[in-house]
Ligand binder design. Structure first.
Ligand code: ADP
Ligand code: MG
Length: 253
């Protein structure tokens, strides 16, 4: 076991997957995934296209049902369905490649909607918290605009603020910068780095090696639905242990 994988405290891991398997028809898309992520750890998930990275992210909040195995959030087993699942799912924020903002709501409304509806916050409280988050991601002055009036980088920062407004305990990012023009990538990565520095537990699918080296404690490399390597970023990038990882790195670096 590497240092990166050992828990830092005796508390339960923030996220724990045990013997998780999943098929899409005949395709075995997750193969016996075992993964403990301690609170506050930042994990970068890498692997070739089709290796199961998005599916793995989506199983963590049960957007994808699994065939077998267990998933625990801070020690609590995720049920297959029902109200308890909805409550636990609200603890996991997710940011996708496409920003998925509500087109007909203002930036401020995008961020206050779920806290008012799901968390039953008052409008005033939700707006105060939303403005704090919009300031944090650098788009407070856009509060009354609609998503289409913002750049892609600004929209993705709003999407991050919207997730944070639910006060999640874990944040999942699935290729959050791959739909952005190159000059906007860093403004989104900077927000993610600052979240990491503040101690958020994060799982990040990204090919941005700068982010991995700067913010991640751990790199997990997947191929064909299995975890092939689980190590720290320096070891992974300088001396990958498997042929699959060496081949992957030769294509992206
Ligand atoms: P990655 O994010 O690493 O590119 P995915 O998790 O998206 O990989 O996909 C893993 C495999 O599962 C791919 O072969 C993909 O085509 C397949 N797949 C993903 N979603 C579905 C689905 N809803 N139905 C059938 N096959 C799927
Ligand atoms: Mg994917």
């Amino acid at each position: 076991m590497t240092a990166a994988a050992s828990p830092t405290t005796s508390a339960p891991p923030m996220v724990s997957l045990q013997h998780v398997d999943k098929h899409f028809g005949d395709l075995h898309v997750l193969r016996d995934i075992n993964l403990d992520i301690p609170a506050g750890q930042v994990v970068v998930l890498l692997g070739p296209s089709g290796s199961g990275k998005s599916t793995l992210c989506r199983t963590i909040n049960r957007l994808e049902p699994i065939d077998s195995g267990e998933i625990y959030l801070d020690g609590t087993l995720l049920p297959d369905e029902g109200r308890d699942l909805a409550a636990l799912r609200a603890e996991v924020g997710m940011v996708f490649q496409s920003f998925n903002l509500f087109a007909h709501k203002t930036i401020l409304e995008n961020v206050t909607l779920a806290p008012i509806k799901v968390r039953k916050k008052s409008k005033a409280d939700a707006e105060a918290k939303a403005m704090e988050l919009l300031r944090r991601v650098g788009v407070a002055e856009q509060r009354d605009k609609y998503p289409a009036q913002l750049s892609g980088g600004q929209q993705q920062r709003v999407a991050i603020a919207r997730s944070l407004a639910m006060e999640p305990r874990v944040m999942l990012f699935d290729e959050p910068t791959s739909a952005l023009d190159p000059e906007m990538v860093n403004e989104v990565l900077d927000v993610m780095v600052s979240l990491a520095e503040d101690g958020m537990t994060m799982v990040v699918v990204t090919h941005e090696m700068g982010f991995a080296r700067k913010a991640a404690r751990r790199v997990i490399f997947m191929a064909d639905g299995a975890i092939v390597e689980d190590t720290d970023p320096d070891s992974f990038f300088s001396s990958p242990a498997s042929d699959r990882a060496r081949d992957f790195l030769s294509k992206i670096l």
